[in-house]
Design a protein around this ligand. Structure first.
Ligand code: NAD
Length: 314
């Protein structure tokens, strides 16, 4: 019997084939998913005794892993691994896996939704209507505008395809991508920032991408541009973003992800041209069932010593 800890919330809360798959594969599962991601101490307290963990966005650092006496696999429920100390895991012989291509459509659709929401002030007008205020706010059309896609991976490509479908010019930046650009123009980061009416971020959080949008780069964007971040919070310097929204340099911004989640007390939340979401990019029925099943399959494959194509290296 394998003992499996689950901290990924929607994995735990959603019934479906992933639970059946684990029980059919000799797994004894403890669903211990918190409302918000655990810090290192909270995770450390849970890890002892488990062979595998299906991990949400919890802080899985070296200190937490030091308590993982039996752990052989960290099966990330999602694709981001910035909260996992990959080197510490490797040093302890713990495999780390991810669930690529399971939530890319859902995140891309949310990014598009946020683009429409910003362009037409949909959240503001809808909130006004609840207060019996029916004031029309003028917006912009997206057709003919430039959509900048930073990071041309699984999600960025789906966003680009949809932008082209809307009749937008799509400018893409990704120095590591060598596949089909799907009708997008390949540009430098500086050009994407300077030319785009809407900038959508789809890169992982790394040392190189941290604060990719900062006070300096914000000076180079088009006046009135919109920025959308459905990738990772640390990509944007939030205080520089606040200043650019307050001054009117940016027309608006929408973020599903924040440096600290949930972003309680963030001054951004008070700005009328800012939209905040609770890290809901992958929160659809379809993405959850794909992610959950693949996370369960990855976990079992490692524990059984079978090959797993979704291993991540430091
Ligand atoms: P992916 O690995 O398929 O694509 C990432 C792309 O970024 C790759 O093509 C890579 O070459 C590129 N890249 C890496 N470093 C770069 C750099 N310095 N400059 C430009 N491009 C760079 O990942 P994905 O599935 O498309 O996910 C993209 C982002 O979305 C990640 O940050 C992920 O954590 C995040 N995400 C968020 C949610 C959510 O709920 N909001 C859900 C899934 C993924």
């Amino acid at each position: 019997m394998f003992r499996i800890l689950v901290t990924a919330r929607s994995f735990a809360k959603t019934p479906g084939a992933h639970h059946e798959f684990l029980s059919a594969n000799d797994c004894l599962v403890d669903l211990r998913a918190p409302e918000h991601p655990l810090d290192s101490t909270g995770l450390a307290a849970l890890l002892p005794g488990y062979d595998g963990v299906i991990l949400g966005l919890d802080q899985c650092d070296a200190a937490a892993l030091a308590r993982a006496d039996k752990l052989r696999v960290i099966s990330r429920y999602g694709v981001g691994t910035e909260a996992v100390d990959l080197r510490a895991a490797k040093a302890r012989g713990i495999a780390v896996t991810i669930t690529p291509n399971t939530n890319n459509i859902s995140v891309a659709e949310l990014a598009l939704g946020l683009m429409f929401a910003l362009a037409r002030s949909i959240p503001t007008m809808a909130a006004n209507a609840r207060q019996n205020v029916f004031t029309r706010l003028n917006g912009i059309e997206l057709t003919g505008k430039t959509l900048g896609v930073v990071g041309f991976g699984a999600i960025g490509r789906e966003v680009a395809k949809r932008g082209i479908g809307l009749g937008m010019r799509v400018a893409g930046y990704d120095p590591f991508y060598s596949g089909d650009w799907l009708g997008a123009e390949v540009r430098s980061l500086q050009a994407v920032l300077a030319e785009s009416d809407v900038i959508s971020l789809h890169v992982p959080l790394t040392d190189e991408t941290r604060d990719l949008v900062n006070s300096e780069s914000l000076r180079t964007v088009r006046d009135g541009a919109y920025i959308i971040n459905t990738a990772r919070g640390g990509l944007i310097d939030e205080s520089a973003l606040y200043d650019a929204l307050r001054s009117g340099k940016l027309g608006g911004a929408a973020m599903d992800v924040f440096a600290h989640e949930p972003p309680e007390g963030s001054p951004l939340l008070a700005l009328p041209n800012f939209i905040a979401l609770p890290h809901a990019g992958g929160a659809t029925r379809e993405a959850i069932s794909r992610m959950a099943l693949l996370a369960a399959q990855n976990c079992v494959a490692v524990l059984r010593g079978e090959s797993c194509p979704h291993l991540v290296q430091p």
